[in-house]
Design a protein around this ligand. Structure first.
Ligand code: COA
Length: 334
């Protein structure tokens, strides 16, 4: 593969072996479609397909970039309005501001686009998150969470989605040591997720059954009533498949505590709000914390049933070949 990394884009942290292997595996899967990948000094990645077509993948950093509007329109064409951020929210998030309390700083959203013949034909949103202990302190591990990824219908099944995924992980790992990629995945795209190395999560129960983590995405950070701290009308936890690729080890298994540290990190980003959002209303702030604490406690109770204290990451094929009874969790679109 003809990838060239220019001097200015050498990673500031050394990528762990498993992460480098992971990125190489994604490349290899697309070898049948991609002739070359060329990393530019400005961070853009130019891809040439075996049919001689070219497209570029890059990270957008300027909230005023007109291509952000195009990326937003592409997302909107795929996802329903109630799960979509509006353009202004995206601009705020790109600048790392808390939605609803813009004076507070938040983890910046990373937005990438695929551009072909001057048009945005793919886009992704992701963030680099810290894993957190039960007292809220950082464990020292960081993960990339992909919050959404979409390619235009005419571009699908040509390898572009895989290239976009690879690029966003590559960019995140330039300045941070990344130990996992995680996603709150919908049911219908499991084939794609597996192509990019993601697996669903299971525990083994006392009787040998493999039971999937009954994951629910908690009420989102912009959906709390500022006066009461209760979810706004119509908002409730949504069932999804928490999926991951572990990049700091050879085996695809982790302890239940490690998983909890990932989920706390995700909820800290997705759902927990700052006091400023509630305009200093401590009671409302405490109530939203209490509700989210209950979500975490429910998950911890489930994980306590793991007979070996471990979480096993399994593909569809691995589940089938395990010879065990498998209980799948149902997401909204299963
Ligand atoms: C999921 C999505 C991003 C995949 O993009 P893409 O550009 O088609 O991705 P790729 O071409 O790299 O596909 C990688 C592999 O997954 C497979 N794949 C992709 N989408 C698939 C689908 N819906 N069903 C079955 N297989 C699929 C591809 O065939 C390919 O496998 P192959 O290499 O064996 O042929 C795209 O279908 C999409 O935008 N879907 C709607 C939004 C969505 O569901 N996003 C994911 C959750 S946020």
């Amino acid at each position: 593969m003809n990838e060239r990394e220019s001097g200015s884009f050498q990673p500031e942290v050394e990528r762990p072996t498993r992460l480098r292997e992971y990125l190489a595996e994604l490349e290899k899967r697309n070898d049948k479609r991609v002739a070359s990948r060329e990393e530019q000094p400005d961070g853009r990645l130019i891809i040439e397909t075996r049919e001689g077509e070219k497209y570029t993948i890059e990270r957008l950093t300027d909230p005023e970039d007109p291509r952000l509007r195009e990326a937003h329109a592409l997302m909107s064409s795929e996802f329903s309005e109630d799960v979509m951020d509006d353009l202004e929210t995206l601009q705020s998030a790109l600048a790392g501001k808390v939605i609803g309390s813009e004076e507070d700083l938040d983890t910046p959203l990373q937005i990438h686009i695929i551009e072909r013949e001057g048009r945005v034909v793919g886009t992704s949103q992701s963030a680099t998150l810290k894993c957190l202990d039960s007292d809220g302190s950082e464990t020292g591990k960081k993960m990339v969470m992909v919050t959404s990824l979409v390619t235009e219908k005419s571009t699908r099944q040509t390898g572009a989605g895989t290239e976009l995924w690879r690029k966003l992980v590559l960019d995140a790992s330039r300045s941070e040591e990344i130990s996992a990629v995680v996603d709150e995945a919908a049911g219908k795209a499991e084939t794609f997720y597996e192509t990019v190395g993601m697996r669903r999560l299971f525990i083994e129960l006392e009787d040998g059954t493999m039971a999937e983590i009954p994951y629910y995405q908690s009420v989102l950070a912009d959906s709390w009533n500022k006066k009461t701290g209760e979810p706004l009308a119509g908002n409730k936890p949504e069932p999804l498949h928490f999926s991951a690729a572990l990049l700091d080890r050879e085996t695809q298994e982790m302890t239940t505590q490690e998983l909890m540290s990932q989920i706390r990190g995700v909820m800290n980003y997705d759902s927990y709000q700052v006091l400023g959002y509630f305009k200093g209303n401590r009671k409302a702030f405490d109530r939203h914390e209490e509700i989210l604490g209950q979500d975490l406690a429910r998950l911890e109770q489930f994980l306590a049933q793991a007979k070996d204290g471990k979480v096993h990451l399994l593909t569809k094929k691995e589940r089938k070949e395990s010879g065990k009874t498998v209980v799948d969790h149902k997401s909204l679109d299963d």
